[in-house]
Design a protein around this ligand. Structure first.
Ligand code: 6LW
Length: 532
């Protein structure tokens, strides 16, 4: 027995799906409106995970245009069969009116024989089952089952709209064609059954479902069947399998996937949030939904999750250990390829950056879309995984016209972010540079301070458990590297729900350049970015 610390995938990483192939574990999480989609993490022991690539790296696989916050790629499932890895998902453009059958996205899967090489993932194979949270299951007889979540559309006057339920069909894995009509196999008393995964073990089929919605009612159920994935299903007597409450350090847990380790021990990965207690209320977690690990054992052919106890930040389990990882991270932009872990909002539509324009720099050519527009901005984001942390970058930006800007941002979504950047004003025919702090919309005033005409600017964002503070300094200034602080924002203000869309993602920090309905024309050169 050892102890380990949750989350094992800190930062915005919901809906974990996991497999083991020989001695290697692979996990995929949801990316929503960000690109590339479907990050793949690798581990040898389920504790230490490393991002090795993404399944959705091309426009032909994923074309996210103007999504609402929380749109784009929802829960992915990863599976391995006969030498191939499969990742199945869907991408939402507009998902609000769930009563409307026209908004359902088209599901698809991609496959590869070489999970280590991003470029080998196939183009999408689309299938004809609506919904989200898709899962693939290969039965021993070769039949492939597809399970998905959706709600029936019933426009009859007497209809009370049916709940989100799990629907299962069979499909031809080569073409994506369905070979049976989807059958509803699970409706939850809570109104929502989703995030299904099918397994077979010891002569039983198991259907795992996330129920109660992804917030405080979230929990995990299991049912089993001797006959077939179409049922009949018998619900476990000990459902829900465990429950975290609004008194726990970890909350909203559920949406599991299971894996058997190399020692024969079973584990589940689930999502959860870690809000912060202040007096008698909880401060929303900046990290959004993260991935956690919990042990599973079998008793009379039923899975027992963590002995039925809540998932915690400190856990114990066989062959586990405390990971002492360096939490610092830095990119000097010295490689000719963008390093892993940078995300764009939406699928980028044109080449608006370069790592070669000025060697050792990320150069952005800002387009005419500001950060508050649903279209793809020139914006490069990293997930915030820890606090306290300090984010720092250094920028060389010499704008020649007003209404263009480059800088750094704390990003929740396009309706909620705060930034600090360089702009220029025309003052009596003179080009005057300023640093501007922009608080989230409708929460405070812009703050500006003059800077000299040519200097490079260092920006810093001090991230604590309760607040983000925005500062800068001019490189080479005579004050010897003193930070000037222009503003700060409470984490509660930055984690507010988007006015449209869903609060499914987590905080990111980023580099940007934009013009207000006009391109910047001058490049923004970033020398480095770091968390420390
Ligand atoms: C996920 C679904 C859910 O696909 O949240 O509320 C979605 N339910 O299970 C996004 O993670």
């Amino acid at each position: 027995m050892g102890t380990f610390t949750n989350p094992i995938l800190p930062g915005f990483n919901p809906d974990p799906s996991v497999i083991r192939v020989d001695k290697d574990y692979f996990c995929v999480t949801s990316t929503f409106e960000y690109f590339p989609g479907a990050p793949i993490y690798h581990s040898k022991d389920l504790i230490k995970w490393e991002l090795i690539g993404h399944a959705l790296t091309r426009k032909s696989q994923l074309d996210i245009k103007t999504p609402e916050p929380g749109g784009g790629v929802w829960a992915t499932t990863i599976r391995y069969h006969d030498g191939h890895y499969y990742i199945i998902t869907n991408s939402f453009d507009r998902y609000r009116p769930q009563t409307d059958d026209r908004v359902w996205p088209r599901g698809f899967y991609v496959k590869t024989a070489n999970i280590w090489d991003d470029t080998t993932w196939s183009d999408p194979i689309y299938f004809d089952q609506v919904g989200f949270d898709h899962d693939l299951f290969w039965d021993n007889d070769g039949l492939v089952y597809l399970s998905s979540t959706y709600r029936k559309v019933d426009r009859s006057p007497e209809s009370k709209l049916k709940d989100f339920g799990i629907h299962i069909s069979t499909l031809d894995i080569e073409t994506g064609a369905l070979t049976s009509t989807p059958k509803l196999v699970r409706e939850s008393p809570s109104g929502v059954a989703e995030g299904s995964h099918l397994f077979k073990r010891n002569g039983y089929y198991y259907l795992f479902t996330a129920e109660g919605g992804t917030e405080s009612g979230h929990c995990e159920y299991v049912a089993r069947s001797k006959d077939s994935p179409f049922g009949p299903w018998e619900q476990a007597p000990h459902n829900p399998l465990w429950r975290n409450t609004t008194d726990d350090d970890v909350q909203n847990t559920g949406h599991c996937d299971l894996v058997e380790d190399t020692h024969g021990q079973w584990w589940a990965l689930c999502l959860g949030v870690r809000p912060r207690k202040e007096g008698d209320h909880w401060r929303t977690s900046v990290f959004g939904r993260e991935s956690l690990l919990l042990p599973v054992r079998w008793e009379e052919n039923w899975p027992i999750f963590n002995e039925g106890k809540p998932v915690t930040l400190q856990m114990s389990g066989p062959n586990t250990y405390e990971l002492n990882e360096d939490k610092r991270w830095r990119d000097d932009f010295t490689s000719d390829k963008l390093s892993l872990g940078w995300y764009r909002k939406n699928t980028p539509v044109r080449q608006d950056f370069s790592l070669k324009a000025r060697p050792g720099h990320l150069t952005l050519h800002g387009g005419p879309y500001t950060l508050s527009m649903p279209t793809a901005p020139t914006l490069f984001l990293r997930k915030q995984k820890h606090w306290p942390t300090v984010w720092e970058t250094q920028l060389d930006f010499q704008p020649k016209i007003p209404r263009v800007e480059a800088g750094t941002v704390v990003w929740w979504n396009y309706t909620c972010f705060a930034s600090i950047g360089v702009r220029s004003h025309q003052d009596a025919g003179q080009n005057k540079r300023v640093v501007r702090f922009t608080p989230p919309t409708n929460t405070g005033k812009l703050v500006e301070q003059d800077v000299s005409e040519k200097s490079e600017i260092k920006f810093i964002i001090d991230c604590t458990a309760t607040n983000y503070r925005f500062g800068f300094q001019e490189v080479g200034a005579l004050d010897g590297g003193r930070w000037t602080w222009l503003g700060d924002v409470d984490t509660q203000v930055l984690t507010r729900s988007p006015e449209i869309g869903q609060p499914f993602t987590g905080m990111m920090l980023g580099l940007y350049s934009f013009g207000e309905l006009q391109p910047t024309l001058t490049p923004a050169h970033f020398a480095y970015a770091e968390f420390r």
